[in-house]
Design a protein around this ligand. Structure first.
Ligand SMILES: *[C@@H]1O[C@H](CO)[C@@H](O)[C@H](O)[C@H]1NC(C)=O
Ligand SMILES: *[C@@H]1O[C@H](CO)[C@@H](O)[C@H](O)[C@H]1NC(C)=O
Ligand SMILES: *[C@@H]1O[C@H](CO)[C@@H](O)[C@H](O)[C@H]1NC(C)=O
Ligand SMILES: *[C@@H]1O[C@H](CO)[C@@H](O)[C@H](O)[C@H]1NC(C)=O
Ligand SMILES: *[C@@H]1O[C@H](CO)[C@@H](O)[C@H](O)[C@H]1NC(C)=O
Ligand SMILES: *[C@@H]1O[C@H](CO)[C@@H](O)[C@H](O)[C@H]1NC(C)=O
Ligand SMILES: *[C@@H]1O[C@H](CO)[C@@H](O)[C@H](O)[C@H]1NC(C)=O
Length: 427
């Protein structure tokens, strides 16, 4: 079936019942709200240099896009965070200490949440990670949190955790944002790729319904060709907070990406959105030129679109969209005449210009045909959790073989809620 109704989840009620394979999904995560008056804390402002923000956060310390997060080291056995008024109420976040499994809780606007206390598993173990590391990630793309303050126990401190030495950026739509996956962003193949490589910083600039071409697609007013250069995403929340004047993203806030993965065009290839093939190819080309201008050393991987499955007679066949177009874009960027005289894109002037510095090849093609099968796509046209894991695994291996990246994630949980097994030998 074709991916035909990827509609952006606009501000809907978060607390609706989720039916998962026909069963009610249990979402009664522990309530972590506390009254801070009952504690004596050492308090840090959101601008404290010890706090590392992951993904895109704006100047008001509001999170955007899919699975943005924060990380810091701390001493003692307490971590609490106070969330600001521009937090989306009841947003589900994942958080963890050191190499322990993800824990989940829903955030309340304006509240202080206690994430770590002496009863937290592993918090009193000081080896091999010392001081302890705290990490938090927002699970949903449309919702976000605003950081007002970070607290540890009185007399204790935060520590800056240095960034890992390599960085990956993934640019996409709902397929990459994790829409309809169990834990959304934290179940997506993009998170599975970034976290699964291990010792890698990752930023998932993906939003449901968005086109690459800069026009209104489903609920999104702008396409990625415009929005990728902005801090906030295309949500209704972003329009409420920033109107039609979003902050320009300051790329120096995060380390330069070494690898950029682009999975865009599924929404452009839908007749509901009126994007022309010529327009898609032109702006895809300029987006790559813009990325190359921002990060001249980044390797850019173009993902072929899988577009769901069709029944063909008595079996199934993977579909595709802009199949030859994406391959031709890849070929174009590998032409010797392009590489000897690369063209770059300036988003401020919205013009291309010639760089007179020759470039080594920097664009590659990732063929998705044959990775997913028809039952890896759920009833809402998006990969199941298993489908996401397949995509992440293949991409990890591709990057390992092609770019010689070592796999550093060798133990701590990455995907949560995926422990399916059989404990019956005889049945
Ligand atoms: C917590 O978040 C989940 C996922 O968005 C949601 O299904 C659930 O209703 C929320 N719980 C509360 C108490 O808001
Ligand atoms: C936020 O959600 C909590 C828990 O569901 C609720 O008690 C509170 O009234 C909500 N606050 C706002 C401002 O909507
Ligand atoms: C950590 O706390 C747990 C639970 O309170 C306790 O059983 C364990 O002995 C403590 N471990 C250390 C190393 O202090
Ligand atoms: C697409 O074009 C048709 C015909 O011009 C128009 O009715 C429709 O509103 C357009 N849709 C979008 C999303 O631009
Ligand atoms: C989708 O892509 C295919 C080529 O793979 C093309 O034939 C078709 O016209 C495209 N459809 C739209 C709506 O862009
Ligand atoms: C940017 O330039 C492209 C190509 O020249 C054009 O199609 C597009 O409308 C321009 N965008 C803006 C916001 O001016
Ligand atoms: C993608 O993979 C499929 C399946 O192996 C193959 O038939 C197709 O030729 C490949 N496409 C490209 C552009 O390499």
């Amino acid at each position: 079936m074709k991916l035909s109704s990827v509609v952006a989840a606009l501000a809907s009620v978060v607390s609706a019942t989720i039916l998962q394979n026909g069963q009610v999904r249990i979402t009664d995560y522990p309530d972590t709200v506390i009254d801070p008056a009952g504690y004596t804390f050492e308090t840090y402002s959101p601008s404290a240099h010890e706090i590392s923000y992951k993904g895109r956060w704006d100047s008001k310390y509001i999170s955007w896009w899919s699975a943005p997060g924060l990380k810091f080291g701390f001493t003692g056995e307490y971590v609490a965070i106070t969330f600001g008024p521009l937090t989306s109420n009841t947003t589900l976040v994942g958080y963890r200490v050191d190499g322990q499994d993800w824990q989940f809780t829903n955030i309340t606007i304006g509240a202080t949440h206690l994430f770590v206390s002496p009863s937290t598993t592993g918090v009193n173990i000081t080896a091999p990670i010392d001081p302890s590391t705290f990490e938090l990630r927002v699970t949903n793309w449309a919702y976000g949190v605003q950081i007002d303050a970070v607290h540890v126990a009185k007399g204790e401190s935060l520590f800056k955790i240095p960034n890992y030495g390599r960085t990956i950026e993934i640019i996409g739509d709902s397929l990459s944002a994790g829409q309809y996956a169990t834990l959304e962003g934290l179940s997506s193949y993009t998170y599975g790729l970034g976290a699964g490589l291990g010792n890698t910083e990752y930023s998932l600039t993906a939003y449901p319904g968005i086109c690459l071409f800069d026009k209104q697609c489903y609920g999104n007013l702008r396409g990625m060709f415009y929005q990728w250069f902005r801090t906030s995403d295309t949500s209704g929340r972003a329009i409420d907070i920033w109107g039609d004047n979003p902050e320009v993203w300051d790329f120096s806030k995060q380390p330069a990406a070494d690898i950029v993965v682009i999975n865009l065009g599924t929404n452009d290839n839908n007749s509901a959105n009126n994007v022309t093939t010529a327009g898609y190819v032109a702006q895809y080309t300029m987006l790559i030129e813009g990325i190359h201008a921002v990060w001249p050393r980044a390797q850019i991987i173009l993902i072929s679109l899988w577009e769901g499955f069709n029944t063909i007679g008595n079996t199934y066949e993977q579909s595709s969209g802009f199949y030859t177009e994406i391959y031709k874009i890849y070929e174009y960027f590998n032409l010797p005449e392009y590489l000897s005289n690369p063209i770059l894109y300036d988003p401020v002037k919205n013009t291309t210009y010639k760089s007179f510095r020759p470039s080594a090849p920097f664009v590659s093609y990732f063929n998705t045909t044959g990775i997913l099968q028809h039952n890896d796509i759920g009833p809402q046209y998006h990969p199941t959790d298993v489908g996401h894991i397949k995509l992440a695994s293949h991409l990890i291996q591709y990057i390992k073989l092609k770019f010689d990246w070592v796999l550093y994630a060798t133990g701590p949980e990455i995907q949560h809620d995926t422990l399916y097994w059989n404990d019956q030998q005889d049945y």
